[in-house]
Design a protein around this ligand. Structure first.
Ligand SMILES: [Zn+2]
Ligand SMILES: [Zn+2]
Length: 98
């Protein structure tokens, strides 16, 4: 198991320019759902040095929460993350696997 220090960090969305206030796990923009490839395996591990833009390709609704499937535009890495507190529900719903 890897240890990492959870730190709060804010970042600016590289897709829409929204100023995102992070809670240490935040890896995507709540407005447009684009993310940045900073985590490798676990949300918050910050183990990736890729830094590419991650596009939300689909979402699913499991036990009361959305999960979002991301694909990195740079290295094609894919993974699932939990929704954020302020994520746009309309966008999440549109991404739902039908
Ligand atoms: Zn954005
Ligand atoms: Zn990547």
């Amino acid at each position: 198991m890897r240890n990492f220090i959870k730190k709060k960090e804010n970042f600016k969305c590289e897709n829409c320019g929204f100023e995102v206030s992070g809670d240490g796990y935040t890896d995507h923009c709540p407005k447009c759902l684009w993310g940045k490839h900073v985590d490798e395996e676990i949300p918050g591990d910050r183990a990736s040095e890729c830094g590419g833009l991650m596009k939300a390709v689909e979402s699913t609704y499991v036990s009361g929460r959305y999960k979002i499937h991301y694909r990195c535009g740079k290295c094609r890495h894919e993974f699932w993350v939990r929704e954020g507190e302020d994520d746009d529900r309309t966008l999440l719903m549109e991404l739902m696997v039908k």
